[in-house]
Every structure is written in C-alpha cells, then in structure tokens.
Design a protein around this ligand. Structure first.
Ligand code: FUB
Length: 460
C-alpha cells in the first residue's frame, strides 16, 4: 500500500475516545541483529554480567542531532538475559547532575560500571570546564542497583591527570582487588582502586608494551591470562587490538588486530563471557552513516588453544539466543492509534494490517504530531514506551513525555507500509496513574504509527 497523503486541515484535532486494554505479554525490546540497539544512537559499549544473571551494557549515547561528539550528555543502560531480547533500562545519569562538571554540559563520553561490596559504581569521563579538552576528569556515581538510582559523587576521582582522562575501564580481579585504566591520544595508564572504589590506591602507571594505542582500554582475565583490548590509530577506521600479560598492570605483550574497522572512524569495545560463550561488543555507524551517530553491536569471540584471540567476524545477523528463555510476564497497556489525539497534517486511517485496525499517517509532514493522553504509569517508576510502526524507509520522530523532549527516536525500515513490525523502544520514568502524555512529532521521514505499548520495568 502506498503512503496516502491525506490532509484534513491544519490545526484540526481528532479527539477520540480514550480506551486501553490490559493484557499479559512478554514484551521486551527485541532488536536481534546488528546493531542490536537502533531506537537511539549508542557507542562505546561496556558489558558486564551481574549477580541477577542478566548481562548489562553501559554505552555512551550519541545525541541526535549531533554536533561532533559535543552534545553527548546522558547515558542509557541496556540489559538482556538471552542476548537477543534487549531491554532499555532507561537513563542513569546526565551532565546536569554532575556538580563539578562543565557549565555548558555535554561530553559525557565512554563509561564503565563495576560491582563491589554490594554496590554498583558507574565511572564516566567529563570535562570540568568550558575548555573541555583541557579539563577532562573521571567521575563516579554509586547505586545499590545495576541500572537505576545512581548518585554522582560531589568531586571527580582525585589523583588522575596529566593527559586525556577519557575512557575509564574498571576490572575487578578474582581476589577482589579493583584496577582502573583510562586514557586517549596515545597514552594509557592503570592503577589500583581502594576498597571504596572511589579513590586510587597509590599512583597510576603507564601501561607498557601497547602497540599503536589510541583509546578505549578494556581489561579482562581468562584462564590466568590478563587481556587489554584497545582502539588503535588506523586513520578513518580505528581497529581493535589486544595485548596480554601475566598481571593486571602489565607489562603487556602486543598481539595485534583482532577486530578490523567497522566503518566508523572511532571504535570502542568490551569483551565478556555470558552463559558459556564469549562476546565482543563494539560500535559501527550502519544506521546513520555518520561517525557521530553510532550504534552498538555484538558478535561472538573465540580463543585458540594457546589463549590467542581469533579474528572477530562482524555480522548483520548478530548472535544467537543463548538459552531457552521463559518470557517475563508483565502487565502492559496498549494504546491503539484510534486513541491518539492528532494535530497538523496527521490523519487516522483504517488499515486492516495494523494492530488495532488503524494507523496515524502523514507523520512526514513538519507540523504533524500525535498525542497519547492518560498513559498509565502504574504505581510509579521506569516503563518502556514502544512505538509500533511501519516504515518503507528509515525515518525518525521526536519523542516528548510529559513535556520533556527526548530528541529523536529512530523508526527503522520495516519492509513496507503494511509491515507494522517496527518497535521503537525508549524507557522513561513515568508518573503514577493515568497521568502521562506521550507525544510523537513528525517531519523527519515517513512512518505510520499504529499504537503504543507501555511495559513497566520489573523490580521498580
Ligand atoms: O564516544 C566518545 C569517544 O569516542 C569515546 O570516549 C572514544 O573511545 C571514542 O569512541
């Protein structure tokens, strides 16, 4: 079916009877394939498996529209229990929360997270002054939970300095001793953290033996061998290299490239084992075609018998489901397009292919929008908003929740106007009860929206 271009008069509103249906579903963000997160742009994925059995990814967020890497000012976390169904855990920190941070905000670059003594420590690089490149610091935020409740410390971590304080990575050894690594622009340092995880224990030392180091250090251990992976200086398409050592602070023996260029000028990865398989996380720019609107990917990583790493093959298919999964049953409320209040050139069109029997069209028009009112936030807490859509070509819309603009959300091509398989997911904290308003604004490509699914995040 071709996209119809109905126009029912500027400013004319369709007020339709609000109705919602409650049902039980296993809905979680499902973005199998690579990139595995497409609703928003993400980069620099740091992956960890925590005691609740889920794998969590802590990436940077590339804010759309981008200006260099300047406007990156917030972090969303994602998690999975089967490597195929991903949940947006929502935002964990933004620049405005950092007391010591640059007054203009922005520049929340590659983060990491560590767990010790019952607490989660979220480490992030951020400038403390207007001259951002001269004032990098590394901050830490602490929580009892892996993906919410983080409170940033009033001061950055003391004792770091001298050069690019970006890309912190924290490795906790089998004996419980934690090590921090950081660096960019060719230099990498590492050192011990105290038991409180917020202060250094002694001096940081240069990581000796890393060939062509650029940035993005990551340390892990397997069968007694310590591995340090990093991005090199290959022009236009940084590659990932690795080095090994018998200790967490080197000296390191360079082992060469194990992940070639991804198409993006930067690269940044992490390595983790989950349910018996090792994985390489990285980013590319395949959704946007732009180096500052990146997307996170995951592929399998394998070792040779001598412990060396085999070349990672980048795939579009991504990785397979790791375990038979019993879907979580959570209550969800569905809002069909028929319940939306339309404005501008948006129109409601009957469509048998659309769940709910109708869809909102003409969202390509600059003044088109649709609003879902009385969205139920449950008791309170985080909930994933899934916009159900079809798109013949990849488009985007602006998401506004309760008057707060969340910038652009991607609607990835679904294969045709009648293919309502698109799910653009984004997690926010909703107000309790039926007191929330979700507005989708068009003007950035064509998509047809047939409704919303709201899924509370379990445990909140
Ligand atoms: O995302 C901003 C910066 O780009 C990171 O800190 C670097 O590792 C590179 O990926």
């Amino acid at each position: 079916m071709r996209q119809a271009d109905h126009f029912n008069g500027r400013g004319r509103l369709f007020s339709l009877v609000m109705a919602f249906v409650s049902f039980v579903t296993g809905v979680e963000t499902c973005d199998a394939g690579n990139p595995f997160i497409t609703s928003i742009y993400t980069a620099d994925p740091s992956a960890h498996v925590w005691a609740d059995g889920r794998l969590y990814v802590y990436p940077s967020r590339d804010v759309d529209p981008a200006r260099g890497c300047d406007l990156m000012d917030k972090y969303h976390v994602f998690s999975t229990d089967d490597m195929v169904h991903w949940r947006d855990e929502g935002q964990v920190l933004e620049a405005t929360q950092v007391k010591w941070g640059r007054p203009e905000g922005g520049f929340m670059w590659a983060p990491d997270c560590a767990f010790k003594n019952g607490k989660y420590y979220f480490y992030f690089p951020h400038p403390s002054g207007t001259k951002w490149n001269d004032t990098w610091k590394i901050g830490v935020a602490v929580s009892d939970k892996p993906a919410s409740g983080f409170v940033p410390a009033d001061e950055p971590i003391k004792g770091l300095g001298g050069f690019a304080m970006i890309d912190p990575a924290v490795f906790v050894d089998d004996d419980g001793q934690a090590y921090m690594y950081f660096g960019g622009g060719g230099k990498c340092q590492g050192g011990k953290l105290q038991d409180n995880m917020t202060e250094l224990d002694g001096e940081m030392t240069p990581m000796a033996g890393l060939e062509d180091f650029h940035e993005a250090a990551w340390v892990f251990k397997r069968k007694g061998i310590y591995y340090l992976t990093y991005a090199d200086n290959t022009r236009g398409q940084n590659q990932l290299r690795y080095a090994t050592s018998t200790g967490p602070l080197g000296p390191w023996q360079s082992k060469g490239v194990y992940l070639g260029g991804t198409g993006s000028d930067t690269n940044h990865g992490s390595v983790v084992e989950y349910k018996g398989q090792w994985y390489q996380f990285y980013h590319n720019q395949s959704v946007s075609g732009r180096g500052n609107l990146r997307s996170i990917c995951v592929d399998k990583l394998s070792f040779n018998p001598d412990g060396s790493i085999q070349q990672v093959v980048q795939t579009k298919e991504g990785v397979a489901v790791v375990e038979h999964r019993t879907p979580a049953t959570v209550s969800a409320m569905t809002f069909s397009a028929k319940t939306a209040v339309l404005a501008g050139k948006s129109v409601l069109v009957e469509n048998a292919a659309a769940p709910g029997g109708a869809c909102v069209q003409n969202l390509h028009a600059a003044d088109a929008s649709c609003e879902f009112r009385d969205v139920d936030g449950g008791a309170t807490g985080r909930a994933t908003i899934e916009v159900v859509y079809s798109a013949a070509k990849t488009a985007r819309f602006r998401l506004n929740v309760n008057g707060v603009d969340h910038s652009f959300i991607n609607a990835i091509e679904t294969g045709g106007w009648d293919a309502f398989t698109g799910r653009a997911a984004y997690t926010v904290t909703l107000k309790p009860g039926k007191s929330n308003t979700v507005t989708l604004t068009g003007g950035n490509g064509s998509l047809n929206v047939c409704g919303l699914i709201i899924t509370p995040i379990p445990g909140d």
